[in-house]
Design a protein around this ligand. Sequence first.
Ligand code: 1SD
Ligand code: ZN
Length: 261
Amino acid sequence: VAGNFSYDGTNGPSHWGKEYKTCLGKYQSPIDIEEKDVTTMTFPELQFSGVEGSHKAYMTNNGHTVMIQSFDSNVPSISGGPINSTYVFQQLHFHWGQNDNQGSEDLINNHSFSMELHVVFWKKEYGSYDEAVKRDDGLTVLGYLYQATDEPNPMFESIVQQISDIIGVGSNITISDNNVLKKLVAPDIASAQNYFTYRGSLTTPPCLEIVQWIDFVKPQHISHEQLAAFRSIQSADGTNLTHNFRPVQPLDGRTVYRNIA
Ligand code: 1SD
Ligand code: ZN
């Protein structure tokens, strides 16, 4: 378990490679996506299933982020787009910054957004998440970008309200809103075919290079106050987790595609 990493000091991102060699690899995430350099492509339609309806969901402070999981038998899955088989929902989590001018992991034209949501899926063919992470094409992660505004975003209401119950590392609660997965996993069907996609890695140790990233082009919003709630949770050393984004990594010849539906 990759427990002893942080976002500052001697366990910060520039030191991850000492213990986790893969973090020094050539296909690392996040990256800066320069729109002028992307290759346009028409992929098959990206499809979501099992998103509608209610899901019992749990929210955890794992010391590195706010993570949401569901142990329902019917969890969301995705297929199509740049992936040629079905990937099953594992968990979703967030990355944010010390202030509203940073926080996203991937950048677009060198612009940082205030927050990024990652929805993690594993390849169904491999039978389980633990088996999937041993394979090159084991995971697909959907990335959603959020810009801070004055206007609260209703999709974050229940989460923000309940963050105060998971301030301590390891705390875990049931989310009162059974529609939270529906809202977060596929919020905007109209924009779902408008994405960048590239091959990369987990953005946290062990930085495994097993991820097909799908980043939706159209940012959503979150209010300054809602965002501030995320900064109130604690990290393993007992201080506030004020930021948890990894700096961008070299593209190193990789192609970033943009889907043109
Ligand atoms: O940071 C997450 C990490 O918490 C874990 O969820 C991992 C997948 O098991 O993924 C990374 S990330 O690349 O989605 N940020
Ligand atoms: Zn992430």
